[in-house]
Design a protein around this ligand. Sequence first.
Ligand code: XLS
Ligand code: NI
Ligand code: NI
Length: 437
Amino acid sequence: MKTDFFSGIDKIKYEGPDNTNPMAFRHYNPDEMVMGKRMEDHLRFAVAYWHSFAWEGGDPFGGRTFDRPWYPQDEMGNAKLKADVAFDMFEILGAPYYCFHDADVRPEGSNFAESKRNLEEIVGIFEQKQAETGMKLLWGTANLFSHKRFMSGASTNPDPDVFAYSAATIKSCMDATHKLGGENYVLWGGREGYETLLNTDLAKEDAQMGRMLNMVVEYKHQIGFKGTILVEPKPQEPSKHQYDYDAATCYGFLKRHGLENEVKLNLEQGHAILAGHSFEHEIATAASLGMLGSIDMNRNDYQSGWDTDQFPNNVPEVALAYYHILKDGGLKTGGTNFDAKIRRQSVDAEDLLHGHIGGMDICARGLKAAAAMIEDGTLDSFVDDRYAGWKCDEAQKMLNGDYGLEEISSYVEKADVNPEPISGRQEYLENVINRFV
Ligand code: XLS
Ligand code: NI
Ligand code: NI
């Protein structure tokens, strides 16, 4: 431990489900085997630098509520102190990953070159800290949304200078991620969207965004970055209409620009809710398209209509998310990033730990429940049986092109096809789920 920010708090340990120690795990037991793999290797937890260390507790009605020794965040000395505290927390939690934007970790310079130098200096420090602690980088990303230069978009900006500035910023963040051995690189389309069509050319903006992502993929291969490029869907906020609306929309965009084999998706619980979906819908959609990359774990308020980024606290929801992840073969280069922040009234250092400890425990419970659902097999075999009719000869001919509408029509008449409704058994299946959560 290098700072006294979390003074008196040791590394969080697993103490079993019956313990009442708030600074211990009750379910997250890194070495426990789940479906033949260590729990830590399934979940691949990451701490999000921005929410825990860069966000100051403000909301649209009031400024910062937190007092942290690394404020103000506009100078290098404080950025280094912030890094010390961040790595202290990663170690206390046994993370084992973290994620960051450039703007979370370094002060903004007076121009691009100075911002880049600041980032490079911090990356050097991160490199050393990773070697000392064994912590790893799940992904890096560029903040192309906070500064006012990005107010009308980054790659989708009507001003080519902003496109250029964004490209240069992405390059610096990809370099940083590569240097730190990051396992993925994320692009969330912060302000890639629009407020009003009165000032917006949709076709131009789509072409610009496609070009940027193609350059990212080209550069990845140029520098030999082995990680996965991930796009993160979100339907609205900050702009009214975000182009990367949801998993299906992103897939259409990637196909249109020839990128569907180069890029995967980073799916976030709160963004799924904002899009009017469930988290498992987004995960299952991505998995069915071969696009599942990584997850941003949090929970969204179901009434608010904006992105509340709370820590997860609902085992059945999390269990269904991991159920679809496990069925897809688990997280590969991806992980479970807590894109979650404590509430602005939670002003103490220990609140940061309560948020993460609880989130890690909820995910562990969800993972175990999901594994039990798979091992039990009831759900899987129900779905298999439900589609079993497709195995027959006539059904296969309809699918593989042997039959067109004409052949099908005469088959229906000849065989007097007359389907009767078959129960979907939803209530029964929900009862099955409740055996595990
Ligand atoms: C914002 C996004 C952001 C990305 C990284 O809503 O979730 O935090 O994960 O830029
Ligand atoms: Ni988000
Ligand atoms: Ni996110």
